[in-house]
Design a protein around this ligand. Structure first.
Ligand code: AMP
Ligand code: MN
Ligand code: MN
Ligand code: MN
Length: 302
């Protein structure tokens, strides 16, 4: 393979291209996520915090020190057909000014939203949720539902994060406040403008009808989006197969990432997902010139 980055059988690279740090709603600092990725056998890693690239410099430095290849990333919150959709930007230039401004605008409304969420929870009998959530926040511009969920578990209102979302934080529930995120066209444009590849994150998680899902994928491609997550902590076996078929049907590159947030909360450990199916083209094959450092797979040295 040309350029920097990948030497050897491309499918077999242990790539984990979706993870979060304290810069968004993860609980470990970027360097700690890097160390955990390396310990989990990850050879090519991307940090993809929600709507923010402030952790990239630390992540890159840590990856370099660990001898682990790195891609700068981000996960952009998008509103599409009345739902929130997440679009990963992989191999981005994190210093790109248009991208940075777009991300700042996207995360801009989170503070107000959080206060409204706390008011909704207070009306349901749960006081102090704003202050409680804030204690878990690492980046004041990125207060998220995850931080409220941690607080409600701490308070003993719910036994798990999942239960908090099910009882309080989804549409129609006391702690849910609708929010207008970035437009799909803008998110893809910012990512492409910054030299990256746009990837639809965890497609199996959205409550779309088949028609809406078709619209998402075709519009995404029309805007220049090129990839879809197939292997993610959010997909069961049926979805892994289904979205592998989708990738082939639409000519999309396939991605793999754990969506790691926290050692105890995350269902999937960094680097632990199955390899992409051999019939797919991995997104990292198209990102060779954006990869920083080389993978250390010993078999690849031959
Ligand atoms: P926000 O961007 O504030 O709407 O928060 C979205 C985040 O909530 C996602 O990135 C996940 O980390 C988390 N999340 C969403 N649904 C669940 C769930 N059912 N269980 C645990 N975490 C969830
Ligand atoms: Mn998250
Ligand atoms: Mn997501
Ligand atoms: Mn994520």
């Amino acid at each position: 393979m040309q350029g920097s980055g990948i030497i050897g059988p491309v499918h077999l690279i242990n790539a984990d291209l979706h993870s979060h740090s304290t810069v968004s709603d993860g609980t470990l600092a970027p360097a700690e996520v890097a160390a955990r990725a390396a310990a989990g056998g990850v050879e090519l890693w991307a940090l993809t915090d929600h709507d923010e690239v402030a952790g990239i410099a630390e992540a890159r430095e840590a990856a370099r020190g660990l001898g682990m290849a790195f891609l700068a990333g981000v996960e952009i919150s998008v509103s599409f057909a009345g739902e929130t959709v997440h679009v990963l930007g992989l191999g981005i230039d994190a210093d790109d000014e248009t991208l940075r401004q777009g991300l700042a605008a996207t995360r801009g409304g989170r503070e107000e939203r959080a206060r409204a969420m706390a008011a909704g929870l207070a009306a349901a009998g749960i006081d102090g949720a704003y202050e409680g959530a804030l204690r878990y926040v690492g980046n004041p511009e990125l207060i998220s539902r995850t931080h409220f969920a941690r607080f409600l578990v701490e308070r003993g209102v719910c036994g798990s994060m999942h239960e908090v979302f099910r009882r309080f934080l989804k549409e129609g529930l006391p702690g849910y406040v609708p929010h207008r995120w970035a437009r799909l066209a803008d998110a893809v444009r910012w990512i492409r403008g910054a030299g990256g590849i746009a990837v639809i994150a965890h497609p199996g998680r959205y409550d779309f009808t088949p028609t809406e899902e078709y619209a998402l994928i075709t519009e995404f491609i029309a805007h220049g989006g090129r990839g879809i997550e197939v292997m993610t902590g959010s997909h069961g076996e049926a979805e892994r197969l289904r979205y592998a078929d989708t990738a082939l049907e639409f000519g999309l590159l396939a991605s793999r990432g754990s969506d790691f947030h926290d050692p105890d909360e995350s269902r999937t450990a960094l680097g632990s997902l199955p390899d992409l199916q051999g019939r797919l083209t991995p997104v990292w094959q198209a990102l060779a010139t954006r990869i920083e450092g080389r993978t250390t797979r010993p078999a690849a040295m031959a």
